[in-house]
Design a protein around this ligand. Structure first.
Ligand SMILES: [Zn+2]
Length: 242
């Protein structure tokens, strides 16, 4: 297992993702454990999932509001009540300076002790984890953690015009990594993860074997992490940023 900060030292966690539903596939079981322990968790979702595959009956103009509402409902299932959206166009995210500044802004506003984000690496074993938006958001999020959010001379407008002081995030948990180093036992919170995923009705409403599929992935992660048979885990790569 990797070197990890004790949850008792953690007051706030910021989870940065590309699309509504990403955080629930990657980390909702872990997040339920954190909020149960009294840690405040905030979500920052870069796009509105407006390129998501949806029922043809839903007018495309209604998709962003629908998917935002689904993410807010899913967040509630695991004790998260602060969800922020950046409104970038789904399917066209790049790790630009604008995105780094927007993420550095949220980091300085939230002042998290831990950030969760997708891996910027391509995972050849899991194509969907390697969606280009996920990789772009992972790259921009890591750049926002280091150096942008902590460097007073990066994006000086954040400090000068918005009065946002630099902030150092000590630890990052990367999801979807091809080389996970830490496995969280989510056996006890699995049903809430499934409830959160079900809240993304437009994405999961037609998936009959959702629970079975997720159970398979999480069982595999638990085995990889050396957890007892029958347990379920979410996997992360932990980075200490100092
Ligand atoms: Zn996604």
């Amino acid at each position: 297992m990797a070197d990890v900060l004790d949850d008792a030292e953690i007051a706030r966690i910021l989870a940065i993702t590309a699309h509504p539903d990403d955080v629930d596939f990657a980390a909702a079981g872990t997040i339920a454990r954190w909020t149960d322990a009294g840690i405040e968790v905030i979500y920052c979702v870069v796009t509105d999932g407006d390129a998501g595959e949806l029922d043809e009956d839903v007018p495309r103009a209604d998709v962003p509001a629908l998917r935002r509402a689904e993410q807010v409902a899913a967040a509630k299932c695991v004790g998260v009540h602060d969800v922020r959206f950046l409104g970038y166009p789904d399917g066209r995210v790049e790790a630009t300076l604008d995105l780094r500044r927007d993420l550095a802004r949220v980091i300085r506003q939230v002042r998290p002790d831990r950030v969760v984000c997708p891996t910027p690496e391509r995972n050849y074993a899991r194509m969907p984890a390697s969606h280009p938006d996920h990789r772009a958001v992972g790259s921009a999020a890591l750049d926002a953690v280091y150096p942008d959010a902590r460097n007073p001379f990066a994006f000086p407008e954040l400090r000068d015009r918005e009065d946002l002081a630099p902030w150092t995030v000590p630890e990052v948990w990367i999801s979807g990594s091809p080389s996970p180093t830490h496995f969280v036992d989510v056996t006890a919170t699995f049903s809430r993860k499934i409830a959160a995923l079900r809240a993304h009705e437009s994405q999961t409403g037609h998936v009959d074997d959702l629970e079975e599929r997720i159970r398979g992935w999480l069982g595999h992660a638990a085995a990889l992490g050396g957890l007892p048979q029958g347990h379920l885990a979410e996997a992360f790569q932990i980075l200490q940023t100092a």
